[in-house]
Each structure stands twice: as structure tokens, then as C-alpha cells.
Design a protein around this ligand. Structure first.
Ligand SMILES: [Zn+2]
Length: 312
């Protein structure tokens, strides 16, 4: 079964560790990506805090270049997708549709023209914040007192709507989340977040957030990070299934997707040790009594739907 994962950090991981896609020590490599032939993937250019204040744009460009190098180096397997339509064409040709995103509005360095330039370079998703406050908004690390979107953050939301980009609210604090939902004219994505009712962590979404996002046609990618899945460790593939089932119950089948966070997390659930194992999740979901149609939506159909809706 095909899957479409909303968030992996392989670009930043491999750049940081000076390793390559063909062979590396991380969660994702070319052989594992090949197992998701005819699938789709969002590659996040994660801007690490060490590059804030001067190097964020520079570092992001380096990751975008690496993404395009992969498209050039492995044309048999990978192809850039800028829209749902392009992704469908690529998948029907037997290749993986590769979408590009940026994790951290620091990359914009306070300028809307950088957002437009990123779009021209293929970027179709922006996670507005990481865990800290930036020019756009405050990450969940700042708590409720961080406030909502700045004027610049509001302008970014409007420009992303205009361009046809996915606004990603994972990592955002609650006031910022509600501002985005109020302002965005398009459905919104939480690319790698879980339900707070099952695991009380500020990175996770409350029931009200899940329902509001689902009501607007949004999608939530379940994060495999053990510390966002459950309080007591170790976490297993069953805990991912629990998160999926909970989101289905609270937000409905249409809002649930996957956002593994592979290569961005130090530990993984038992049974989901690397990218190649994600396909096994489909069997676990079937075992829980979900229909094949519902499993397909969770594994990637819902994420593909929001890409078709939002990306021009
Ligand atoms: Zn993240």
C-alpha cells in the first residue's frame, strides 16, 4: 500500500552528519524510499536554532539544493511534485512524488519576498515556527504567553493562501494556532502532531484543536516520536495505532494522516524503527478493524486530498 508521510527530517540530518541518501545511519535511505514506490513524501528543510540570527536563509538554501540534487541523482525513483496533479502523474509513472517544505519561519528572515522565492524553488509547505518565538509567531516552547501571530505572521498566512502553499501549525503555540485557523482561507495541516488527551505534551493538539482543524478540511500527521505518543515508555506501533484511532474518533476519518518525523527523532516506537517499516502500519490498522478504504485515507489519501485542494 502506498503511503504519504507529511514530515521527515532527512535533509537536515544528512547535511549535518555529512552522509548521503544512498547509504547512511539514519531512518531513511534510497532503498527504503524505494519500498514506497508510487508513494509520496514531504521532505522538511529543518532550520536548526544554531542557524538563527544570520544563517537561517543560507542554511535553508543549502537544504533546498540538496533536495534538488536528489531529484537529479535519482531520476528513476524520485521526482519533484509541486501540486496534487503533478504527484498523481509521477506516481502513475512508478516513481515517488517528492514535496518540499521548510520547518521554521526563521528561514524567511522577515521578508515576504523570500517566501515567494522559496515557492519558485519548489517549496510548498512552511511550518510557521519551531519551538521558539520568531518573526511570525511563537512556538509551543513559549507557552500561552507567547501570544498569537505577529503582523508579519498574518501577512505570511495571507501570502501562502494566495500562492497555494500548505500552512503547517505543528510546533505552534495555541494562540498562534487559533489565529491561523481564523485567518487561513485554505485547509491547514498539522504535519507531525498527536492528540494531547493521550499524551499530555504541549507539542500535541487538544480535542478542540483537532475538531476545529478537521472542520476546516485540515489533516493531522501522527508523529512517531515516543515522547509524543505516550507518557510511559517504551512506545510501540500499537501506540501509533491508538493515536490514529483517537484522532478518527475526535476529528473523523478525513483528518488523519502520518507525519513520522523520521530522522528528526532520536528514538522510535518498537515496530517502527525506520521508514521501511511504515508500510507495516497498514496491517496494524486493518487488525484494529478499519476498512481498507479508511486505512488508505490514513496512510496517505487524506494528505493527498489536502495537497490537491491547497496547492495550485
Ligand atoms: Zn518538528
Amino acid at each position: 500500500m502506498f503511503f504519504f508521510d507529511a514530515h521527515i527530517d532527512t535533509l537536515s540530518r544528512l547535511l549535518q552528519d555529512s552522509q548521503n541518501l544512498r547509504e547512511n545511519q539514519g531512518h531513511v535511505d534510497l532503498a527504503k524510499l524505494r519500498q514506497n514506490k508510487q508513494g509520496a513524501q514531504f521532505f522538511a528543510a529543518f532550520v536548526s536554532p544554531r542557524y538563527y540570527h544570520g544563517q537561517a536563509l543560507h542554511r535553508t538554501m543549502e537544504m533546498i539544493d540538496l533536495f534538488w540534487q536528489w531529484m537529479t541523482d535519482y531520476p528513476q525513483d524520485l521526482a519533484f511534485a509541486g501540486s496534487g496533479r503533478e504527484a498523481a502523474e509521477i506516481r502513475s509513472g512508478g516513481r515517488m512524488a517528492c514535496f518540499l517544505g521548510i520547518e521554521g519561519g526563521e528561514a524567511l528572515e522577515g521578508q515576504l519576498f523570500n517566501l515567494r522565492m522559496f515557492y519558485r524553488l519548489g517549496v510548498r509547505l512552511l511550518t510557521l515556527t519551531w519551538n521558539h518565538r520568531n518573526d511570525l509567531a511563537s512556538g509551543q516552547g513559549e507557552g500561552l504567553h507567547g501570544g498569537g501571530l505577529s503582523l508579519f505572521g498574518q501577512a505570511v498566512v495571507a501570502e501562502m493562501n494566495r500562492l497555494g502553499m500548505l500552512i503547517d501549525v505543528s510546533h505552534l503555540n495555541e494562540p498562534g494556532f487559533w489565529d491561523v485557523l481564523r485567518l487561513s482561507k485554505s485547509p491547514v495541516l498539522a504535519s507531525h502532531s498527536n492528540a494531547r488527551a493521550l499524551c499530555d505534551h504541549p507539542r500535541n493538539l487538544t480535542d478542540q484543536q483537532i475538531q476545529a482543524l478537521a472542520d476546516q478540511g485540515g489533516v493531522i500527521g501522527v508523529n512517531f516520536c515516543p515522547y509524543f505518543l505516550k507518557k510511559d515508555q517504551p512506545a510501540t506501533v500499537d501506540d501509533v495505532v491508538e493515536q490514529v484511532m483517537y484522532l478518527v474518533n475526535v476529528g473523523g476519518i478525513q483528518c488523519v494522516g502520518l507525519g513520522s518525523d523520521f530522522d528528526g527523532i532520536d528514538q522510535t516506537p518498537l515496530g517502527l524503527e525506520h521508514y521501511g517499516k511504515t508500510m507495516d502500519l497498514a496491517d496494524s490498522l486493518m487488525d484494529r478493524g478499519l476498512s481498507a478504504d479508511h486505512v488508505e485515507k490514513i496512510m496517505g489519501g487524506n494528505l493527498m486530498r489536502i495537497c490537491c485542494t491547497v496547492l495550485n
